[in-house]
Design a protein around this ligand. Structure first.
Ligand SMILES: Cc1ncc(COP(=O)(O)O)c(C=O)c1O
Length: 412
């Protein structure tokens, strides 16, 4: 086996200006990642020297901005190995992408949609909303434990199933779902598959040709890009059944009286002026994302996950809720402690930032974990270090010692 080049954490960290400040220990990258200088520079450059509209004027600055946007689309399509028959559409982010997908299909009463109990609200509510219009919503749950397998989902399929909507990686358990198994079986039965890639995009190499899903949705800001920009990739199969739900400027082909036709191709799906600076910043983040999903960076993050899990396992009052195979997410709860109290203590004591609460995964916390107040989540990116994890564990230890006295936790 070939030796892997070790990951240079310092060189990676150097790309993030905020880490040169006394920013603290950032362990909330699943919520949003920090921003590299290249992304900040790309946005500033557009506003400072290249400001123009896109896709609708023929002066040189507008043509230049339009070309730059198409170059970002091209690079992103290439890095996702997007099939040529599918469209890569820019939109404000994963939430917008999933809502667009839900509204682009014309539903028939009696259709059913399968989604899962682990979903983030953004891949749950757009489907629940359709329940009001007579669509049945089926929610897959793990047969045992907290991890879903393809059978938990596919066993709910019947002749009326129109669509399966699943996450690629859970934002709470960090579990990666077997997308290829699900899409292969779904397509045999003519069912569309929507994949929420929000948590996968910044951590995994994504091959849309292999995954073969019908919608893939993600946000740039969880993969070192700016906020307010993301994409949805629509398969040729999906495009045959969908109509763009957003209409307006830039996407009309012919408008006569009350009749209109829409442009063919991607333009028909991108009504209105896009987030130009966001797309350019997104483009600048792609090389950094490529480093982050490369094997040395993934291995570095995986080792930090192991270090964190090993440390947490030493606290008898802590229960791990995430999957052991997660590559960047560690979710846990502390006996008798409200998650927000713990996170505030960590921030106020050592400026450690992590997520506390329901994490937009309410059914999972309520029905599977039985944790109505939520849990705590450490989520990592390749800029995190062993020293940061040590500081986190030490600070958690002082929380435990402070509160163990009050709550008399049994110590190991
Ligand atoms: C799994 C998952 N899906 C969807 C989203 C929504 O992403 P955004 O808020 O960028 O639209 C998130 C954000 O936390 C997420 O973790």
């Amino acid at each position: 086996m070939q030796e892997q080049t070790p990951f240079n954490v310092e060189a990676f960290r150097d790309q993030f200006p905020i880490l040169a400040e006394q920013y603290g220990v950032y362990l909330d990258s699943a919520a949003t990642t920090l921003t590299p200088k290249a992304v900040i520079d790309a946005e500033v450059q557009y506003y400072a020297t290249e400001r123009a509209t896109v896709g609708r004027s023929d002066y040189r600055a507008a043509i230049n901005a339009s070309q730059k946007i198409e170059a970002v689309r091209e690079r992103l399509s290439h890095s996702l190995n997007k099939p040529s028959s599918s469209y890569l559409i820019f939109c404000p982010g994963a939430t917008a992408a999933l809502n667009i997908a839900a509204q682009a299909l014309s539903w028939q009463p009696g259709d059913n949609i399968i989604t899962t109990i682990v979903e983030h609200s953004s891949n749950f509510l757009p489907w629940l909303r359709l329940h009001k219009f007579g669509i049945e919503i089926r929610i897959a749950r793990p047969d045992t434990g907290t991890q879903l397998n393809s059978n938990d989902i596919l066993s709910l399929v019947d002749a009326h199933t129109r669509l399966i909507a699943v996450t690629h990686v859970s934002n709470v358990t960090g579990e990666e779902l077997p997308i290829q198994e699900i899409t292969a079986e779904a397509h045999r039965k003519g069912i569309l598959c929507v994949v929420d890639g929000a948590q996968a995009f910044g951590h995994l190499s994504i091959d849309l040709t292999e995954l073969d899903c019908d919608v893939y949705a993600a946000s740039a800001h969880k993969a070192f890009g700016p906020t307010g920009i993301g994409f949805l990739a629509l398969s040729g199969r999906a495009l045959e059944q969908m109509d763009p739900p957003w209409v307006g400027g830039g996407m009309v082909n012919i408008l006569e009286g009350l009749d209109y036709t829409i442009k063919s191709g991607v333009s028909g799906w991108e009504a209105g002026t896009p987030n130009v600076s966001g797309i350019l910043g997104f483009g600048a983040s792609l090389p950094i994302r490529e480093i982050a999903v490369s094997p040395p960076a993934v291995l570095h993050t995986k080792k930090l996950v192991e270090q964190t899990i090993e440390g947490l396992n030493r606290f008898p009052e802590i229960q791990l809720l995430s999957s052991e195979t997660s590559s960047s997410i560690i979710t846990f709860s502390i006996k008798d402690q409200r998650p927000h109290r713990v996170s505030s203590f960590l921030d106020e004591t050592a400026h450690i930032m992590l997520r506390a609460g329901l994490m937009c995964a309410i059914p999972l916390h309520q029905d599977i974990f039985a944790r109505p107040h939520g849990s705590l989540r450490v989520s990592l990116a390749p800029y995190n270090t062993q020293d940061e994890i040590n500081l986190f564990l030490q600070t958690l230890c002082s929380f435990s010692e402070t509160y163990a006295k009050i709550f008399s936790f049994p110590r190991k």
